[in-house]
Ligand binder design. Structure first.
Ligand code: FAD
Length: 450
């Protein structure tokens, strides 16, 4: 009899694994248990959906409805929550939330794709405090949409990428927006000039910033800060980060790593070879830091899912690791990074050297040319590229992806300066932004070495 493959969680990693396992093994029995009613949707698209409900309706965020999985012979059970893993018996305790019925589900191979969830706000709130919202799932977005008619002013807690994307979405809807960030500046993992560029852009677009103070409570239509300031709000959106959903795994004795996410090997196996983990609940190996990291990102979740699905179904695939490449946009400004920032490079045992350059994205005389800020980091001893951060209105994606490819190939800054890239004035200046950054840093590395 064919093996019974059971997957917990059905957004990015879980559905990717299910579809991959089906392709790999037409006869496998595949069960997917998903607590939410929706599966296979783009959480990454939620801010864009909120900003423009007509152009990006809810339905467009859903890549495949449950029925499409069923047609492929995947036993897709939505509104089913797994409550316990019994490793000795090889079974799960599952609650069918619709029928309010608890049953036992056996498995031969299990995948945990339980994802992550937002950190909850835990401060005193009076009965007339503004309502609290989160933006993690499609149902969170539905709740915000329902409240929109009553919202004039939104206070967003957390100035990370989700807080910033949400700030833009609410601004586009004509709402007043304020962001409260506990740190003294936005995006502290980014080099100062890049963080400042983001702050400037956000302020220019009418978003108020309150930085360096935390929220101490909510009272009558206000957010109260620990410095005593009070900010009026019709809605409080909490975007203060996420934590991996690992309670089920931990309770079953599956090993968690130093990040709090599930430890996996390159085949996405946990400490138990027949139990896999993928997506936001699992760690990844960082190729530059040479250690396990937790990077809750959609592209990583998909790649994890593909590897886990292949291996569960009897194939052999290996996850090659991550570089920490990520990008987002706020009010037209792209903010991107790959590899390690300077402080992270020190923690990883390197002696880094960095340089910021400001360069045009295309030939200066071309109408679409905009300045990019590039912060490039290399290892002093070897000259190897360690990481890059970019902000700009144009070509930041191409710049960061070029450096990501260089990092993947273990290139040095002088290689970056010498890359043979496609040039014509509408696309790049004669020396590409990455080449200029590489050239400037190459000279510094040379001076240190010689
Ligand atoms: P999740 O999406 O968290 O899904 C896990 C699912 O498992 C959930 O539906 C949950 O209900 C279910 N589950 C958990 N426990 C159980 C249980 N016990 N029983 C049954 N079901 C269970 N990433 C990017 O790379 N780029 C972006 O631009 C980007 N933008 C984003 C914007 C927003 C607003 C958000 C919220 C996320 C964004 N992300 C982005 C992150 C990306 O969406 C996540 O990395 C991705 O959704 C992770 O997928 P996952 O399948 O691992 O986990």
């Amino acid at each position: 009899m064919s093996e019974r493959l059971v997957i917990i969680g059905g957004v990015a990693a879980g559905t990717k694994a299910a579809a991959t396992a089906r392709r790999r093994n037409a006869g496998a029995r595949i069960v997917l248990l998903q607590e939410e009613a929706d599966v296979s949707y783009s959480a990454c698209g939620l801010p864009y959906h909120l900003a423009d409900l007509d152009r990006i309706p809810r339905s467009k965020l859903i890549a495949r409805p449950p029925e499409a999985f069923r047609v492929d012979g995947i036993d897709m059970r939505t509104r089913h929550r797994v409550e316990e893993i019994d490793l000795d018996r090889g079974s799960l305790r599952v609650c069918d939330l619709q029928a309010d019925h608890v049953y036992t589900e056996p498995f031969d191979r299990l995948l945990l794709a339980t994802g992550a969830r937002p950190k909850r706000l835990n401060v005193p709130a009076s009965p007339d405090a503004p309502p609290i919202a989160y933006l993690r799932s499609i149902v969170d977005a539905d709740r915000i949409v329902d409240r929109l008619p009553d919202i004039r002013r939104v206070v967003i807690l957390g100035g990370g990428y989700i807080g910033l994307e949400a700030a833009e979405a609410f601004s586009r809807l004509g709402r007043e927006v304020a962001i409260v960030e506990m740190m003294p500046r936005l995006l502290p993992a980014f080099a100062l000039p890049l963080g400042q560029a983001v702050e400037e852009r956000v302020r220019e677009n009418g978003v108020e910033l309150f930085m360096g103070s935390a929220v101490s409570g909510l009272d009558r239509k206000h957010v109260v800060l620990d410095n005593g300031e009070r900010i009026s709000a019709d809605l409080v959106l909490v975007a203060t980060g996420v934590t991996p959903s690992t309670e089920l795994a931990a309770a079953a004795g599956i090993t968690l790593g130093h990040t709090g996410a599930i430890t996996v090997n390159a085949e996405m196996q946990t400490n138990l070879p027949h139990v896999y983990a993928a997506g936001d609940c699992a760690e990844s190996y960082h190729r530059v830091a040479n250690r396990a990291v937790w990077l809750p990102l959609g592209d990583v979740a998909n790649r994890h899912g593909k590897v886990a699905g292949t291996n569960m179904a009897g194939g052999r695939a290996v996850f090659p690791g991550v570089l920490g490449t990520a990008i987002f946009k706020v009010f037209g400004l792209a903010v991107a990074r790959t590899g390690l920032g300077e402080a992270e490079a020190v923690t990883a045992g390197y002696r880094p050297i960095s340089q910021v350059v400001e360069v045009p994205s295309r030939a200066r005389y071309m109408e679409k040319s905009r300045n990019l800020l590039i912060h490039l980091t290399a290892d002093r001893a070897s000259g190897k590229v360690l990481g890059c951060q970019v902000t700009g209105d144009d070509a930041a994606d191409k710049t960061i992806d070029t450096v990501a490819a260089a990092l993947w190939g273990n290139l040095a800054v002088e290689d970056l300066a010498d890359l043979d890239l496609a040039y014509a004035p509408p696309f790049l200046p004669v020396l590409a932004p990455v080449q200029v950054a590489g050239e400037v840093l190459k000279k510094q590395v040379g001076a240190m070495q010689g």
